[in-house]
Ligand binder design. Sequence first.
Ligand code: NAD
Length: 432
Amino acid sequence: MPELFNDARQRLQQAIAHANLSEDAIASLQSPKTCLQVSIPVRMDNGTLKVFQGYRVIYDHTRGPGKGGVRYHPDVSLDEVKSLAFWMTFKCALLNLPFGGAKGGVTVDPKALSRMELERLSRGYIDAIADFIGPDIDIPAPDVYTNPMMMGWMMDQYSLIRRQICRGVVTGKPIALGGSLGRDTATAMGAFSVINATLPKLGRVAAETTVAIQGFGNAGAVLAGLLFEAGYRIVAVSDSQGGIYAPIGLDIPSVRQYKEASRSVQAVYCQGSVCSIVEHQAISNPELLTLDVDVLVPAALENQITAENADQVRAKYIFEVANGPITSAADEILAKKGIQVFPDILVNAGGVTVSYFEWVQNRSGLYWSLAEVNQRLQTSMLAETEAILAIASQKAISLRTAAYVQALTRLGEAIAAKGTRDYYVNHSDGKA
Ligand code: NAD
């Protein structure tokens, strides 16, 4: 497996060739601004002390404070957090949000911890990074295996440290603690806007479009529900333990209900009445990725489609809801096969867009209706989708490269506004 960060950076090199960027901007964007590694001591329920490793990376803050989620997962590493912060930088610029890119994580299996241990870990993480975050410095949010409750603990802990209520320091909070309506569904809603706007342009009708979704969490399960309601045929879904496949289409509300009750897509599906309505079979995550479907949605983790399995992918379109699910080597194989990939920094940008709305609402003290949040979200997602489609077609480049070109243009303008070599060296007007 290629080192994630080096692989992520390859996308930057490809896009630089198509963007009109100063040398300064290119140099500035090659490496993260700050990488923080912390040890978090947590008193466990049985009285022992465990020390967890945590990270916070700000990749770039030219366009505003850092912004990015916090991941709790056993595989969290500095390499992964750096890559996620890198993607956040381009995602925020692509959606024209006044933020830089950041990300955090703790190397932990959260399923092995009690709720009280998770609270102590979340508060301990904030204790460790409190000097490096803030509403105008860097603003965490949820990511894989972190949720609104944890964001509430984090905001509360930061407020205790600062001795003032600081709602704008964390987004994705519970509504009662200053969260935004629509944040819980934002990533899926944004992805749905992109999918449902582009597929008809490609001649596809919802009822005749089959979809497989890998990952059934905040992003994947909500998206499955939205696509199901819009008439798409969801033939396969999965979670970390495996998946289910029904060629005639799954009843997504039932799957969600059972998953919520038992925490496993595969284990519970046959316990309810759904089995008798829809015949289905158990499949593994690797099998799901190679199903003969129209649309494949990776919505779990990075590095799922690689040089090893890209050749077996049979979907016509891939919408990346997860961050970094396709390696750069796999990108080339998929392109040769004529599979169109809609990139993560566009497709999953709904989450950070509504996080931005939450931050704005926290700072203004004026809260918006769900309809207003969703309307603003849809307007942003559709505008950037159109822009990327136009750039890709004008420059005859992939949608991913087009998305990076659009983001790089905005980042380049911000870096240039602070002065570049051209400004300092090539102007000899003698004035300061
Ligand atoms: P989540 O914790 O709510 O759900 C993760 C899902 O992935 C779960 O269903 C889990 O069982 C499944 N999963 C874990 N390991 C897996 C594996 N090896 N194979 C298959 N499935 C596996 O997380 P989420 O918020 O839904 O995030 C999913 C992806 O979307 C991540 O890449 C995340 O970075 C990205 N994303 C999330 C948001 C957001 O707002 N939540 C925003 C942008 C991007």
